[in-house]
Design a protein around this ligand. Structure first.
Ligand code: ATR
Length: 282
């Protein structure tokens, strides 16, 4: 049969994703693809856990021998508060999306979004450098901004709600702030533009979001963390102008690698086959 022996025998390694709802998560697809691809005796399961039940669930998973878990909405804050150890990425992002259950019973918390973004840019041949301008000041913005700063970039943010970019600048020293109604005219000063908001997302606040890129320098790279649709209006506009672009699918795939490596002991590759496999599920 095709059923992994980790499920049938209790041998093998198990991890999962904790969320509520969790049905929409692509993580089970991704991790089980890699498990098969590398012939690893393991499984990765969706774990629907109601709000308020996070700690109980985590203690149960630990007791049941899980290797760890990804954490998604609405449990990210609870995860940040619960872990015994925040690694550098989690401290900088102010968030935890990956739990690693250590043999001694301690839980290590990691944030993989920012490093996933940087890794996906490198894989696409767009190693980030110089000055970056981020649209948005939410959780995704903080992860990406922190990772770009750590990669040596000068990072600026602009956000509709000024108070949130102010808070972000407090958390990440060195961050530049740009007014929301001015960024389009100041775009020429940047090497990389990243949309970290839900603008342009199908079913989001403004699926047609397409700001002016008229002031962009010809070497500007435009990235979007939205991956539904794969080609957002922002990216389409950038391509029409002949600019280099990077979509959000790469970040989704690359951010998953760290957890897989920790739980299953193999650094999984992101290749075209995997991208095609995940793309058809969107
Ligand atoms: P996440 O954790 O995924 O980043 P979030 O914390 O809800 O999500 O942040 C959403 C981001 O999208 C914010 O920067 C938000 O701007 P505000 O802080 O002004 O709300 C931005 N955003 C969402 N809808 C928007 C809209 N219609 N116009 C401009 N920005 C919007």
């Amino acid at each position: 049969t095709d059923i992994p022996s980790a499920i049938l025998t209790g041998h093998g390694r198990i991890a999962g994703v904790i969320g509520w709802p969790v049905e929409h998560s692509r993580s089970p697809l991704l991790h089980n693809y890699w498990l098969r691809r590398y012939g690893i005796d393991g499984a990765y399961v969706p774990l629907p856990v109601q709000p308020g039940q996070f700690e109980l669930a985590v203690r149960g998973l630990q007791a049941a021998g899980f290797k760890g878990a990804n954490v998604t909405i609405p449990h990210k804050e609870a995860a940040y508060a619960l872990v015994d150890e925040l690694d550098h990425s989690a401290k900088r992002a102010g968030a935890v999306n990956t739990l690693i259950f250590e043999k001694n019973g301690r839980i290590r918390g990691v944030s993989t979004d920012g490093s996933g973004f940087v890794a996906s840019m490198k894989a696409a041949g767009h190693a980030p450098q110089g000055k970056a301008l981020l649209l948005g000041a939410g959780g995704a913005a903080r992860s990406v901004a922190a990772a770009l700063q750590d990669a040596g970039l000068h990072v600026a943010v602009t956000n509709r709600t000024e108070a949130r970019s102010e808070a972000l600048a407090q958390a990440l020293p060195g961050l530049e702030r740009v007014a929301w109604d001015e960024w389009e005219s100041r775009l020429g000063a940047y090497d990389l533009l990243v949309n970290t908001t839900s603008l342009g997302m199908e079913g989001g606040p403004d699926p047609l979001f397409c700001p002016s890129l008229a002031q962009a320098s010809s070497s500007l790279i435009v990235a979007d963390i939205v991956y539904v649709p794969l080609l957002t209006p922002l990216l389409a506009q950038a391509q029409k102008q002949g600019l280099k672009t990077a979509g959000g699918l790469g970040m989704l795939l690359h951010q998953a690698r760290l957890g897989f490596r920790e739980w299953f002991g193999q650094d999984p590759q992101v290749d075209e086959q995997l991208e095609a496999f995940v793309r058809q599920s969107l």
